[in-house]
Design a binder for this molecule. Structure first.
Ligand SMILES: Nc1ncnc2c1ncn2[C@@H]1O[C@H](COP(=O)(O)OP(=O)(O)OP(=O)(O)O)[C@@H](O)[C@H]1O
Ligand SMILES: [Mg+2]
Length: 258
């Protein structure tokens, strides 16, 4: 079974067409990187897979299930790290509490935590190297540490599909390296991973497929096919540079967030 099946999805928000003619499939345990300029619909596409936004037409399935029809079932299978500037980081919670939220939000009331839950939280905090800081206030951590905690929150329930929206935003090279290491570990456990990124280069060793998105799918395929110079220029302009290399070409788009 495919992890993701999207068939001719169109999304209209407030009368504006945000996504159109989106069709693609992703097999289980694959790693997809989605690139595209600001406002090209990347976050919206992740939200379709989560069932937060409904397609105006067409159909999306996650492991054969439509998120809009069985949201609770899909939430149990999916982990989500939202785009950073969209989260309120001033929550008065410890690191441990934030990760525990990843379990609480998927339990039905009354929410009891079992010994197994506590073991999962400990294992996950150790995986992202944040166990020693478990009693720190989340708000006091650096951006890179916060991102590691938010990834822990997204994987503590052992999802089959992990969605990350610009995980390297505001994260320095050392923290990026740590994040890449544990994404490699998660991938080797057969988790399917979809990452939205403005910079494909740190993810080149992990990426099986690349999607270039600009309301429609401009290209989709293996990195060397999808990162086609002409198509990159089409969405980023002529200042794009592509340096051929293995396993993935190096791409300099200059595209980022302020
Ligand atoms: N809830 C909403 N209501 C109306 N318009 C929306 C809504 N969410 C997103 N949009 C619009 O849809 C378009 C795509 O937004 P989206 O957030 O998916 O882009 P993005 O590719 O993730 O951009 P960025 O790189 O800036 O994160 C934008 O024009 C945005 O203004
Ligand atoms: Mg976005």
């Amino acid at each position: 079974m495919n992890a993701i099946d999207v068939e001719n999805v169109k999304v209209v928000l407030n009368g504006k067409e945000v996504l159109d003619e989106i069709s693609f499939r992703l097999e289980e345990a694959a790693f997809l990187s989605i690139m595209g300029p600001n406002g090209s619909g990347k976050t919206t596409l992740l939200k379709i897979l989560l069932g937060i936004i409904l397609p105006s037409s067409g159909q999306a399935k996650v492991f054969g299930i439509e998120p809009s029809k069985k949201p609770f079932e899909v939430r149990k299978m999916v982990g989500y790290v939202p785009q950073k500037e969209r989260i309120n980081l001033e929550v008065p919670l410890t690191v441990y509490d934030v990760v525990r939220m990843g379990l609480a939000s998927r339990k039905q009331a009354p929410r009891f935590f079992t010994k197994n839950d506590r073991q999962n939280i400990e294992e996950t905090l150790k995986l992202v190297d944040m166990w020693d800081l478990r009693n720190e206030m989340f708000a006091n951590l650096s951006g890179g540490q916060q991102q590691r905690v938010l990834i822990a929150r997204a994987i503590v329930h052992r999802p089959k599909l992990l969605l990350l929206d610009e995980p390297f935003n505001g994260v320095d090279v050392n923290n990026q390296k740590k994040i890449i290491e544990f994404l490699e570990k998660i991938k080797s456990d057969k988790v399917t991973i979809v990452t939205v990124t403005h910079d494909i280069n740190p993810l080149s060793s992990l990426t099986d497929y690349v999607m270039l998105l600009n309301k429609k799918i401009i290209s989709f395929g293996r990195p060397h096919e999808a990162l086609d110079y002409t198509r990159l220029c089409q969405i980023y302009g002529p200042s794009v540079q592509v340096i051929t290399g293995k396993p993935c070409p190096t791409v300099i788009t200059g595209d980022t967030h302020a």
